[in-house]
Ligand binder design. Structure first.
Ligand code: NAD
Length: 468
């Protein structure tokens, strides 16, 4: 069984304890990874702290290193995409795409600037605004896009002059450990440290005295714990949390065009995307045809092991999540929902679930009100657009949302009424390295990506020089 190592102070570290990683397509352990101890975490944190002063001095050198990381990911080691598929479940072409996405993010971030802004330069004073790094960043990621989300943190943290200790999810640690191997000879020792372990390791990181910033992506429940852990030490914190995105379909759409886009906006990565469509509001007169079209699309999808050619959707990533999706669908059935297609587990081994379209359901049922984070989509009829917007907003979630219409201007006005970080028109999941991404309300604090995300890894400083 393959074994992987952590990266601590520029060295590959086997660690004194190990733990297994399950392939969700089989439900069986297929690899061993280190289970980082508190002492090993201390070593990683101390290495990051030692590396910080030199690293924070020269943005030119940092930019060059980021470029090298991007280049290394453009020629990824054989087996990285395959391993990502084995630990996460997604089809191999999607795993390959995620690795190239991480490379693109690193490349883009390397091009950003942190210019000194001169606010005043008169006979009286010269006033500058500078952006300074914070120190050591503790980065914690979830299991849906381990490589991509790791890079969303590592690249801007490093460019801004911070050093990093990163911990992937215990369900998908290997690709991030492999990333550690890839960067080991590219970054100076201690600048990036990769540790693997369970939820407890995350809690040790957020309460550790060394990090000055916590950059967290995961569930709202854990995000609140991270915020609480940050408080006593006033660590800076960015939280990218869960969503319950609504798609609102207006009554002028062409269903044949829109239904496939909505379907893939909901089911990409088997619905395991923070900003996937998680509920669809449809005008009453279009309700039945829309359900029918989405049902047909769901039936036509090839679900299977991500390593098999032609697979479009893989399994749910892990057992607790598989059980949660099952529970929400069963609860919907109990509340009288109509399962248009799917609704059950698929096969005997692994965590496969049929792509599921649910009608006859409304707000107040858990599948609509909560984040399912899996391949089951509730479709809800509405009478007037104001009511649909009100229902879309009647939640603590506020990550993203979309409005669909032939009249893009009108749709944009409706989209602007959504209480969320990204409001899309005639598209969903339009995420790009140069656009800020983050949640309103309980979906997060702060943003990632673009210059705005970069600034989140800095502290503002006013340098005010009197000339009199
Ligand atoms: P999770 O909160 O269970 O775990 C996320 C990470 O936090 C893991 O690495 C975990 O080990 C760690 N962790 C657990 N307890 C901790 C603690 N007490 N202190 C510190 N770290 C701890 O989330 P998950 O199940 O891995 O991911 C799914 C969730 O992530 C969904 O809600 C999804 O919407 C969200 N998500 C959000 C975004 C975004 O950008 N907004 C992106 C992807 C996923």
């Amino acid at each position: 069984m393959p074994e992987y190592t952590m990266l601590i102070d520029g060295k590959s570290v086997k660690g004194s304890k190990s733990t297994g990683v399950i392939n969700p397509a089989t439900g069986k352990v297929f690899a061993q990874v280190p289970d980082c101890t508190r002492a090993e975490l201390d070593q990683a944190m101390e290495a990051a702290q030692r590396a910080y002063p030199a690293w924070s001095r020269d943005i030119g050198a940092r930019r060059k290193v980021l470029g090298e990381i991007a280049a290394a990911l453009q020629q990824p080691p054989e087996g990285l995409a395959r391993t990502l598929t084995q630990e996460q479940g997604k089809p191999l072409d999607k795993a390959t795409g995620e690795i190239f996405g991480a490379a693109m993010w690193a490349q883009y971030t390397a091009s950003l600037e942190l210019p000194i802004e001169v606010i005043q330069n008169t006979d009286q004073a010269r006033v500058e605004i500078r952006r300074k790094p914070l120190g050591v960043v503790a980065a914690i990621t979830p299991w849906n896009y381990p490589m991509m989300l790791a890079m969303w943190k590592i690249a801007p943290a490093l460019l801004a002059g911070n050093t990093v200790v990163i911990k992937p999810s215990p369900f998908t640690p290997i690709s991030t450990l492999m990333l550690g191997e890839i960067v080991r000879d590219v970054v100076p020792p201690g600048v990036i440290n990769v540790v693997s372990g369970g939820d407890e390791l995350g809690a040790w990181m957020t309460s550790h005295p060394i990090p000055r910033k916590l950059s967290f992506t995961g569930s709202i429940e854990t995000g609140k714990k991270v915020a609480a852990a940050a408080a006593p030490d006033l660590k800076r914190v960015t939280l990218e949390l869960g969503g319950n995105d609504a798609a609102i379909v207006l009554n002028d759409v062409d269903l044949d065009t829109v239904a496939p886009k909505i379907f893939w906006g909901a089911f990409e990565n088997s619905g395991q995307i923070c900003s996937a469509i998680k509920r669809v509001y449809v005008p009453e007169k279009m309700y039945s045809p829309m359900l029918e079209k989405l049902g047909e699309l769901a039936k036509g999808v090839k679900v299977g092991n991500g390593l098999d050619a032609g697979t479009q959707l893989g399994p749910i990533n892990n057992k607790p999540q598989f059980e949660r999706v099952t529970e929400l669908v069963e609860d919907a059935k109990k509340h009288g929902a109509k399962i248009v297609t799917g609704g059950n587990r698929l096969g005997k081994e692994g965590y496969f679930f049929e792509p599921t379209i649910v009608g006859g359901i409304s707000d107040g049922v858990r599948l609509v009100d909560e984040e399912q984070f899996g391949p089951a989509l509730p479709v809800i009829p509405y009478k007037d657009v104001d009511d649909a917007v009100r229902r879309a907003n009647a939640t603590h979630y506020g990550l993203s949302g979309s409005v669909w219409s032939k009249n893009a201007d009108q749709a944009a006005e409706v989209a602007a009424q959504l209480e969320c970080g990204s409001a899309w028109v005639n598209q969903h999941l339009a995420i790009a390295p140069n656009l800020p991404f983050g949640g309103a309300k309980w979906s997060g604090i702060g943003v990632e990506n673009g210059p705005w995300g970069l600034l989140g890894f800095t502290e503002i400083q006013v340098v005010n020089v009197s000339k009199v």
